[in-house]
Design a binder for this molecule. Structure first.
Ligand SMILES: NC(=O)c1ccc[n+]([C@@H]2O[C@H](COP(=O)([O-])OP(=O)(O)OC[C@H]3O[C@@H](n4cnc5c(N)ncnc54)[C@H](OP(=O)(O)O)[C@@H]3O)[C@@H](O)[C@H]2O)c1
Length: 131
């Protein structure tokens, strides 16, 4: 079985996304820039599986040194993970994806950023104890 992990970033109240993007996207402050850099550093050489909106948010250059795969509700999480049995698989979100894949995740890496604004997607701590 693959090692299955998550790296995500949340705002002060669990904010994850807004209008299909990160709520703090474009904010040049150091914690936001460092978080994005850390995400790409830690996922380099590995596999990321993500829902369609999150998949589309990856720039082309990010697909050169990591495998980025789009997944759908019709895919069995177990079969998606088994496809990469000798790899580290990062489950990239969004929320419905994390909910469905939560029973397989061995490591959650959650950075809490100082963002205090609006969002339409939120982290749900219940994912941490699923399955
Ligand atoms: N802060 C962070 O760290 C972080 C990380 C990732 C994403 N985000 C944010 O989250 C938002 C995107 O998430 P989103 O939920 O809107 O869209 P999404 O990434 O497209 O994820 C949800 C979609 O994934 C598909 N899916 C794949 N496997 C599934 C499964 N087993 N069960 C249910 N659905 C499954 C479904 O689409 P189908 O119906 O087509 O199958 C579902 O509608 C953006 O705002 C993005 O910036 C934030």
């Amino acid at each position: 079985m693959a090692e299955v992990r998550v790296i995500c970033a949340i705002g002060k109240h669990g904010q994850l996304g807004l209008n299909g993007r990160l709520p703090w996207e474009g904010n040049p402050a150091a914690p936001y820039k460092a978080d994005v850099q850390r995400f790409f550093d830690l996922t380099k050489g590995h596999v990321i599986v993500a829902g369609p909106r999150t998949f589309r948010s990856f720039p082309d250059w990010a697909r050169r040194d990591r495998v980025v795969t789009e997944i759908h509700a019709t895919d069995s999480p177990r079969m998606v993970i088994e496809k990469y049995s000798d790899r580290v698989v990062f489950v990239g979100g969004g929320p419905l994806v994390w909910k469905a894949y939560a029973p397989f995740i061995s490591h959650w890496d959650v950075t809490r950023l100082p963002y205090d604004g609006e969002a339409d997607r939120y982290f749900d701590p219940i994912w941490l104890c699923a399955g």
